[in-house]
Design a protein around this ligand. Structure first.
Ligand code: ADP
Ligand code: ZN
Ligand code: ZN
Length: 817
């Protein structure tokens, strides 16, 4: 009997692939195990087994697998079902889901090896210098890796030299897989076998009496080990005995000490569980009871609680209930809200049962969390993570909490799968038959709509914990202030007064400037020219600190020009303003105050974000200027004033969600003010003080905001009453792109009853030299989403059969937000 496996490959191709295996291999292989397989001419990929069977593929000869990589499945059947759903719903391939879902360390990639062609007839004199260096190296060792070649020729880009050598038939290339994940090993020492008896030991110390440093090390080892002979790491021994690696090394050399290794997790929480769970107040208890009764009916449940109402403490209570039931718990947060603040707050309750999983963790750390979840290890019973933690191999999931559920960053934008983590979490909960709670002070229109319709259960907390008042919000008409000359730079006198007062009281201040679409640009005062990125259709932004112009889309940057590149005039000015400029103005206006800034530029690197938050928390700064990063669930005790520099840039964003987002962002950032007894103050500067959204924000009127938004979305056929799919076309040739998009939208209009908008160029229509054009498909609730998608796929097939369009990339974004 012949045996075969169907596998997923981590590439964007529709199909599964079939490989042949031996009967022995078939016996050990199970779905969810990895195998490496040859693909194409010389590539080797990591593939995941879906099925073992006896049916040879019909149209091609199955190749043999290369090798089996796992002893047991690393992915379970619920995960595979979940992947299927994601691929299906978000219109991408299983391979793309797999690539996103597995830590990259699990996806062995082949590495190119360079070998000498022993049959080649080489005339060394004909070789260029760099060619000769590589050729010579291959006389001494049979295989070189790309980075080794790079070191030999002292150049990063080695492709030219390799290509020349290939052309001359002197080398050939081979691909080999390698494992990226290496467990971390810690070096330990113990006493050599011969010295274990008391006698031998005594004799040893005697002989060492003339080597005081060495005897100090041996004695220290004894003391450290104690009676229970616990393992002692070399690092600890070195520290405790006040000696050096050299001294310990010498003892190892003599056989007095022996080294050994223990595999160690990189991520360890050493503290204990310090805090008792807080006793909930009556409002929290009511919300908890409502949640629990909704869970009884297996409903997705929404918790709407104003900022600082104590939602987190309600989550804590729920988590502890599921811990007692021995279940795994997933606590999902937007990446940006994953702060040490929240993590240490939860660790205080749950100690080492918590694992954290997010993008700033390196591949090794991610593999460890993965393995701990897979083993159902106690230390990963609770996982706090960003959207990708959905993909961990839970086997016993009891509860999912989606905190800040309204956050747009839960939706993955690029690459595929373009999934919404909240929605994918709901599906995951379903597959596990576990409960799921969505929480927010400003729920998304969708979730609130679902709660209103009775599809979701609902609980709410309408007052802040400890009866702290909601902050006092004030709108400042900036146009009026300008007219009356009551401004300094971008600050109204009202805002300045309040800042002064807060500083006088020793309280802290947050200034919020949304940077989107409002970054400073350089403008020529003579001809009005503003420098553009040469790769993208955007204006370069001005970075004062580095004296550079930068493109935020492709990273292109250039030194600040001294004169206008169009007319040569030296009179250049900056227009618009971002956080950097606000910071500069504050420094001038309040030279005594200590000012910090938090935005994408100041928070690169693993701990940069945390450092700023900690510094602000410890009141090393008086004023913190920042972007929407500041809005995310932070709990500062001493902030009495929040200033919103310009609410209009939020309102004017060209997107059907702009109003919803403005409401959410301003409410969240205001929520940072006055979280303790004294009532906080919020000043919102705007050119449109009569805008209905700003009124709703200042009065905390979520309900009216919701009703108006639902009405508008109904009128214009947007979610939650309709579904939307955005189709993006991408190509480097402008004309090809236009024709392709026209063809596609024409076909859609002919074959499909719903609304088709576009094709239209997006606000930024060229990125990295690729033109972009969008079509928006709106699907009525009464129509089948699945059928529409199948129709779109059918059209795509015909589209791809037109040779001119084959190179146009088609990107689907289902439920685009
Ligand atoms: P939210 O998550 O709704 O913004 P938090 O859970 O951060 O609110 O609560 C706000 C503050 O009130 C926190 O400092 C928290 O420790 C405190 N708090 C909330 N509930 C309780 C409680 N039941 N007992 C004592 N303190 C509480
Ligand atoms: Zn660019
Ligand atoms: Zn000019």
């Amino acid at each position: 009997m012949e045996y075969f496996v169907n596998v997923i490959l981590p590439i964007p191709l529709e199909r599964h692939f079939t490989y042949s295996v031996t009967p022995e291999e078939a016996k050990v292989l199970e779905p969810g195990m990895r195998v490496s397989v040859p693909f194409g001419k010389s590539k080797i990929y990591t593939a995941l087994v879906l099925k073992v069977h006896n049916n040879p593929p019909e149209v091609y000869e199955a190749k043999e697998i290369d090798q089996i990589l796992d002893e047991f499945p690393i992915v379970n059947s619920i995960q595979l079902q979940h992947w299927e759903w994601i691929a299906n719903y978000y219109m991408c391939t299983l391979g793309e889901v797999m690539r996103s879902a597995l830590p990259s360390a699990f996806l062995l990639e082949s590495e190119t090896l360079i070998l000498r062609n022993s049959e080649a007839d080489v005339d060394e004199n004909q070789l260029k210098d760099d060619e000769f260096l590589v050729y010579e190296a291959l006389q001494h060792q049979s295989i070189l890796k790309v980075h080794e070649v790079s070191a030999i020729v002292e150049r990063k880009n080695v492709l030219p030299v390799l290509n020349r050598l290939l052309d001359k038939n002197i080398i050939y290339l081979k691909e080999e897989v390698y494992e990226q994940y290496k467990p971390k090993l810690v070096k330990y020492v113990k006493l050599g076998k011969e010295y274990l008896s008391d006698q031998a030991l005594e004799a040893l110390l005697e002989t060492l009496s003339r080597a005081p440093k060495q005897s100090q090390v041996v004695l220290s080892l004894f003391q450290l080990q104690g009676n229970n002979k616990k393992p002692i790491s070399v690092a600890d021994l070195e520290k405790y005995s006040n000696s050096s690696k050299a001294v310990i090394g010498a003892l190892v050399e003599k056989g007095i000490l022996e080294e050994y290794y223990i595999q160690k997790d990189r991520i360890n929480y050493e503290g204990g569980e310090n805090s008792e769970i807080k006793k909930l107040n009556e409002y929290q208890l009511q919300a908890l009871a409502d949640i629990q009764s909704s869970f009884k009916n297996d409903k997705v449940t929404l918790l709407k609680g104003v900022t600082s109402s104590g939602k987190t403490e309600v989550y804590v209570k729920l988590i502890s209930d599921y811990i007692d039931k021995g279940k795994q718990i997933l606590y999902l947060l937007p990446e940006i809200a994953l702060t040490t603040q929240l993590i240490s707050r939860l660790q205080d309750y749950f100690g080492e049962r918590i694992s954290v999983f997010h993008s700033k963790y390196n591949i090794q750390e991610r593999v460890e969390v993965w393995n701990n979840v897979l083993k159902e290890a106690p230390k990963a019973q609770i996982v706090i993570g960003a959207r990708s933690s959905l993909f961990l191999p839970f086997n016993n999931l009891g509860l999912i909490i989606v905190d800040e559920e309204h956050e747009g960053s839960f939706k993955q934008f690029d690459p595929a799968p373009r999934y919404h983590a909240r929605d994918a979490a709901i599906v995951l909960a379903n597959l596990h038959k576990s409960q799921i709670l969505l929480g927010s002070a400003t729920p998304s229109i969708e979730s609130y709509y679902n709660a209103r319709q009775g599809k979701y259960g609902y609980a709410e907390i309408n007052r802040r914990f400890g009866n702290v008042l909601m902050p006092d919000m004030e709108l400042v008409d900036f146009k009026e202030a300008l007219r009356k000359k009551r401004v300094k730079g971008h600050f109204s006198e009202r805002l300045l007064e309040e800042i002064e007062e807060s500083l006088g009281n020793g309280e802290q201040i947050i200034l919020f400037q949304n940077r989107r679409g409002f970054a400073p640009v350089l403008e020529c005062l003579t001809c009005g020219h503003t420098p553009q990125c040469s790769n993208c259709d955007v204006t370069l932004t001005y970075h004062q600190y580095k004296k550079q112009l930068r493109c935020h889309y492709c990273g292109y940057h250039t030194a600040l020009p001294e004169s206008c590149e169009a007319c040569g005039s030296p009179e250049l000015d900056t227009k618009g303003f971002g956080t950097e400029q606000v910071e500069g103005e504050v420094n001038k206006l309040f030279p005594e105050a200590k000012v910090g800034r938090m935005d994408l530029d100041t928070t690169r690197g693993k701990h940069a974000y945390e450092k700023i938050i900690t510094a602000f928390e410890q009141q090393e700064m008086d004023i913190l200027v920042g972007t929407q990063m500041l809005t995310k669930g932070l709990d500062f005790r001493n902030v009495s004033l929040v200033g919103v520099m310009n609410a209009d840039s939020l309102l004017n964003f060209p997107d059907y969600r702009a109003h919803e987002r403005t409401f959410q962002m301003l409410t969240q950032v205001s929520g940072r003010a006055g979280r303790t007894q004294k009532r906080g103050k919020v000043i919102i500067q705007t050119y449109n003080p009569y805008h209905q959204i700003l009124k709703q924000v200042t009065t905390g009127d979520y309900e009216t905001m919701f009703m108006e938004q639902v009405y508008e979305r109904e009128q214009y056929k947007y979610p939650p009453l309709n579904r939307i799919i955005k189709i993006t076309f991408k190509h480097k040739n402008y004309n090809t792109l236009n024709e392709a998009a026209e063809w596609f939208s024409g076909a859609l209009r002919t074959h499909f009853g719903g609304t088709v908008l576009g094709p239209e160029f997006p606000p930024i229509s060229r990125i990295r030299n690729q033109y972009l054009k969008n079509i928006l498909v709106k699907i009525d609730k009464s129509e089948s989403l699945g059928k529409t998608k199948r129709n779109i796929r059918r059209i795509e097939k015909s589209f791809n059969s037109i040779s001119m369009y084959r190179s146009v990339r088609v990107i689907y974004n289902v439920d685009h937000i």
